[in-house]
Design a protein around this ligand. Structure first.
Ligand code: C2E
Ligand code: MG
Ligand code: MG
Ligand code: MG
Length: 273
């Protein structure tokens, strides 16, 4: 009986695995076309000052306007982009677009900062520093208005050259943010020598903030570290007024989430020239 079950399992799984593999190959092929045809788009989500509630910056978030599947979020294709190495090219496209768009907002009288997510592979590129400097130079965006977001997992697997690149970029005035802070598989000790300016509190700590003493304690602890280390703190995933009030009371500097606005295309921002 076990034998037949094993056989059944085999028959059951093989086609599915094959389908998944084909899926990946198809996604990768489609992604290459998308990159050429510019159907990858950069959306922007507002970040507001916690006290004044003024919009001071945006986070650039990648979208794929797929011909058949509609508007896709990174969750459905970032992994394939990483595994195929396409993420380096995609990341550079996002960086250039974000810098150009932020510079256009500034020209229109709205000098916002822009935060760009980095993938581990991008940071490992030999010409990463040059790519960022090039994006700033061609867009004429001041370095002080660019923030680069890295995850704790990137921080953990950094090489001396990653740190040197980030340090050099920081010396130009670019800010480095730790995204999804508190959710990675890393110890806090990296904060002693990794260049950091901003901590982004992950939305999972914000979700239940109104009801959870645990989440509140975690946010308080993050705020204490940030204060001592002189980091700026951004909270992600703010969906309610109550969450915003608590985060502001706890000393959070900036707030980001659906309560203030969903990610939207550049053109959706009314102040666009
Ligand atoms: P992230 O950098 O942590 O970005 C925040 C994510 O939370 C975004 O998802 C955003 O749409 C979502 N979000 C914002 N406010 C709220 C809220 O109030 N409630 C809820 N439930 N969600 C909220 P998105 O755009 O789907 O992006 C997912 C992740 O994909 C990003 O997480 C980031 O890690 C990655 N990603 C996005 N764009 C890029 C990119 O250009 N390059 C790379 N390497 N990764 C990217
Ligand atoms: Mg981010
Ligand atoms: Mg995040
Ligand atoms: Mg996240």
């Amino acid at each position: 009986e076990a034998k037949t079950m094993g056989k059944n399992n085999c028959q059951f799984y093989t086609p599915r695995l094959t389908a998944r593999l084909l899926d990946r190959v198809q996604i990768e092929a489609d992604l290459r076309v998308a990159l050429q045809e510019r159907s990858l788009e950069v959306f922007y989500q507002p970040q507001v000052d916690a006290i004044s509630k003024k919009m001071v910056s945006v986070e650039a978030l990648l979208r794929w306007r797929h011909p058949e599947k509609g508007l896709l979020s990174p969750a459905s294709f970032i992994a394939v982009a990483e595994e195929s190495g396409l993420i380096t090219e995609i990341g550079s496209y996002v960086l250039n677009t974000a810098c150009h768009d932020a510079a256009r907002w500034a020209e229109a009288g709205f000098p916002l900062s822009v935060a760009v997510n980095l993938s581990p592979l991008q940071l490992l590129s030999a010409d990463f520093y040059e790519q960022v400097v090039h994006a700033l130079e061609t867009s004429k965006l001041p370095a002080a208005r660019l923030e680069l977001e890295v995850t704790e997992n990137i921080v953990m697997h950094h090489t001396p050259s990653t740190v040197n690149n980030l340090r050099a970029l920081r010396a130009l005035g670019i800010r480095i943010a730790i995204d999804d802070f508190g959710t990675g598989f890393s110890s806090l000790s990296y904060l002693k020598n990794f260049p950091v300016d901003v901590l982004k509190i992950d939305r999972h700590f914000v979700n239940e903030l109104q009801h959870s003493k645990q989440d509140e304690a975690i946010v308080r602890a993050i705020m204490m570290i940030a204060k001592t280390m002189e980091y700026v703190v951004v909270a992600e995933g703010v969906e309610t007024q109550e969450q915003a009030n608590i985060l502001t009371e706890l000393g959070c500097d900036f707030l980001q989430g659906y309560f203030y606005g969903k990610p939207q295309p550049f053109a959706a921002y009314a102040f666009t020239a």
